[in-house]
Every structure is written in C-alpha cells, then in structure tokens.
Ligand binder design. Structure first.
Ligand SMILES: [Zn+2]
Length: 176
C-alpha cells in the first residue's frame, strides 16, 4: 500500500491523543477565574472544560501519528520524544503562570483551574495505561475518547488557529 492510499483511508479514533498542555491549562485557569472563588470548584471547572476543549479541532501529537494504521494506533506506545516534549511544555507553562500571576489575588484559583485542566490528560494519557481497566479511570477514558476531535493531518492549520484562539481568549480573561 502506498502512502497516498493510506491518506485517503477513513481515520479511526486514536486511543492516545491529547491536546498539548498549554490550551488546557490556560482555559481551565480562565474558566475558573471567571466563574468561582472556591478552590475545589476551580479544579472541577478545569477538569470538565478539558473535555469541551478537546472537542474543538486542534493539533496534537496524534494528528501526525500513524494515520490509517489502526493496529499500531491502539497497541504501540508513544515514542519517548512525546513524553519529553510534554514534560518540557509542562515545566515552561507552569513557570510562566507562576511568574505572571504570583501576585494576582486569584493566584490559587488560577493554579487549581489549570491543574484541573491538565488532570484528565495526566490521568488518562500517562505511561501506565493499565489503570484504564479500573472503575472511574475507565469512565474517564471512555468520555475522553468520545469527546476528542480527531483532526485529519491535512487540516493541521485549522487546529493550530483554533488552539491559538483558545489560548488568546484564556489569556485575555486571565489578564483583564
Ligand atoms: Zn485530553
């Protein structure tokens, strides 16, 4: 089978995709600041916003991985560079949040909303996939998979634009 034939195959949902950390963290923080003053509620707002943000077309490592190859998609582990990329993004974006908002009266809410925003991916997209067989983790994985919009690789620019809009709106809410 040639590469061009692979491209036109209908794409099956990939089981292990996650939007990059930044839009989830910022949207969770912004949603929390806009709605609540309570730390636990802030976490929950970030947590549930994660699924809505995932439903918006976006690029993530899964956009470019194994297009058309159902078996590999569901059985192979992510390559190491994806975990290194995610860990670097994690450190950079949290450092920026702390630098930008440490004197903000809503700093705690921002942190909890952001934590809630990335919690779904930490729980469901970590190297220990076997936890998905347990109650709660199983339901989170089901919902996460259902809600995730699978963008085809040739529309990556649409995903990037929408992602930048999410980041922009979130920063606007946080900084105003
Ligand atoms: Zn996700």
């Amino acid at each position: 089978m040639t590469g061009s034939e692979v491209q036109i195959l209908p794409r099956a949902p990939l089981k292990d995709r996650n939007m990059t950390i930044t839009p989830h963290l910022l949207s969770g923080a912004a949603g929390a600041v806009a709605i609540t003053q309570s730390l636990p509620v802030a976490f929950l707002i970030g947590f549930f916003l994660h699924f809505i943000i995932d439903a918006i077309p976006h690029i993530d490592p899964g956009t470019f991985f194994w297009p058309g190859d159902k078996v590999k998609k569901q059985t192979e582990s992510w390559p190491l560079w994806i975990y290194i990329f995610a860990a670097s993004e994690f450190i950079i974006v949290w450092s920026l949040i702390i630098l930008l908002f440490k004197n903000n009266p809503n700093f705690g809410i921002i942190m909890m909303g952001g934590l809630g925003g990335i919690a779904v991916d930490v729980i469901d997209n970590n190297p220990f996939r076997s936890i998905r067989q347990f109650p709660v983790f199983k339901q989170i994985h089901w919902l996460h998979d259902k809600m995730h919009y699978d963008l085809s690789p040739d529309k990556w620019y649409l995903g990037l634009i929408l992602q930048l809009i999410i980041i922009g709106i979130s920063l606007w809410v946080l900084l105003k």
